[in-house]
Design a protein around this ligand. Structure first.
Ligand SMILES: Nc1ncnc2c1ncn2[C@@H]1O[C@H](COP(=O)(O)OP(=O)(O)OP(=O)(O)O)[C@@H](O)[C@H]1O
Length: 270
């Protein structure tokens, strides 16, 4: 078994749920409407620890709304979202903000890095917002630059990085708190296909290495193919589900991590 390079990295913070059983994230009966638009019409989905789930579907089918509700950015009109069995969808805005900071990581299409901060400070920021002293936060952040192919770029500002490098910094920022779940909305949408493959390789490998679940919204079937499971949405409902052969449910729970290696050239299967 070829270990992930991330297996050898010091864990930035201890994931309190490492080794816990059951799904990392469970959504039941999610409904969300915007005026006449029914963005979610009753969605049930569960994601295991370390599992990667792609969400596909036509424009307007509810993908982004699902991601925002799962991540506690929006509250559902009906239904619940639970993180390791604890309902999070009913928490106050303040409690959800705190939970997002501690337990979730985010990667967006356009990295959304702070342009005035060097890469290392962008990555360290989520830890500092959580009260970790700057020196410790930057030390932990530095540990992610090598595995993500960013060594030597710590002092560069986002404007001095390529698109692929910026997205890898965004991946590092999402990983630095050792979150339970990483949410990625079109993380490769602004990249050429080679950089896109590189980012997906690193993102899926890092999630497996840290035992973080990954929820990824994409229009790109090849990008979805990096995930173990894909659901398709239509009119606010899950209309289809596909599991990549050889990735049985529970395979990627912490302690049973799938073998992989950065740059192993693992090809998308679809
Ligand atoms: N803030 C909002 N206000 C009003 N309607 C909204 C809002 N957000 C989403 N909608 C509507 O909800 C439905 C689902 O939107 P959503 O953005 O979740 O779809 P999507 O599948 O992510 O689309 P895309 O692929 O184009 O990003 C659409 O009809 C959309 O117009």
């Amino acid at each position: 078994m070829t270990p992930s390079l991330f297996d050898n990295q010091p864990q930035p913070v201890q994931n309190p749920d490492a080794g816990r059983r059951g799904p990392a994230l469970t959504a039941s009966g999610l409904v969300k409407t915007f005026g006449p638009a029914r963005a979610l019409a009753g969605v049930d989905v569960a994601i295991g620890p370390g599992e990667s789930l792609a969400v596909m579907g036509p424009s307007g089918s509810g993908k982004s709304t699902l991601l925002h509700v799962l991540a506690g950015i929006m509250t559902p009109d009906a239904g619940t979202v639970a993180l390791y069995g604890d309902t999070i969808s009913g928490l106050s805005e303040r409690a959800r903000t705190s939970l997002r900071r501690r337990r979730f990581g985010f990667v967006f299409q356009f990295g959304q890095l702070l342009p005035e901060l060097p890469a290392i400070e962008n990555v360290a920021l989520p830890l500092m917002l959580g009260g970790v002293p700057r020196r410790d936060a930057e030390a932990r952040a530095t540990g992610l630059f090598g595995p993500l192919g960013l060594a030597g770029l710590e002092a560069r500002r986002p404007g001095e990085l390529s698109g692929g490098q910026s997205q890898r910094v965004a991946v590092a920022r999402a990983l630095v708190t050792a979150p339970d779940v990483i949410f990625a909305d079109e993380p490769t949408g602004s990249l050429d296909s080679r950089s896109g493959v590189e980012v997906m390789n690193l993102l899926t490998d890092a999630c497996r290495g840290q035992g973080a679940a990954l929820v990824l919204v994409t229009h790109d079937r090849q990008i979805a193919g990096w995930c173990e499971r894909t659901i398709t949405m239509r009119d606010g409902l899950v209309s289809g589900e596909y599991r990549r052969p050889g990735t049985e449910a529970g395979d990627t729970a912490p302690g049973v991590r799938a073998a992989s290696g950065i740059g192993s050239g693992r090809a998308a299967t679809r």
